[in-house]
Ligand binder design. Sequence first.
Ligand code: SF4
Length: 192
Amino acid sequence: MELRLGLVIDQERCIGCEACTVACKNENQGSVGFIRVRTQGARCKDVPSGTFPDLRMTFMPLVCNHCDKPPCIAACPAGAIEKRAEGVVVLDWGTCEGCRACVDECPYAAITFDEDKEIAEKCNLCAHRVDKGLEPFCVVCCEGQAIHFGNLNDPEEAAGRLAHRQGSFQRLVEQGTGPSVYYCPQMEPRGV
Ligand code: SF4
């Protein structure tokens, strides 16, 4: 079975607390102020729906999609971005020359430019932790246990199972990038 690491975000469980955003900043030493508006990795989008009084709010943590066909790689003249064999797309901050070419190329606005460090930054799926057999730090810190990490091709793993659950979706599939981040929408209204 081919290894395809990715994330599944269970919107049934996400409460929009942004612990993932803080975890990412902490783990990856984001610059002061480099959060939420121009985030290094995770940020959370609020999605309201319904009409009064039947209103609902769902939350959508946004990260790099670790695309199967990542347009950001071809855009980088320095060769700072690579897709590893297990599927993680890594931007090497030490190799980045700060030209910003990749920023415009990502259809998900997943790459941001850190003005303090003068480099492009994005979620590397905590590759430094994955290499040690650990989960990405946002997964560990998620209060609602809403973020699942694992092999999306393995139905024995929660991530693999949820990615293919009816209703699960990826962002902007029409772009042909093959995102490795899936969302499980809230299926039923909360309550009794
Ligand atoms: Fe590259 Fe954007 Fe895809 Fe991440 S989401 S792999 S930055 S194109």
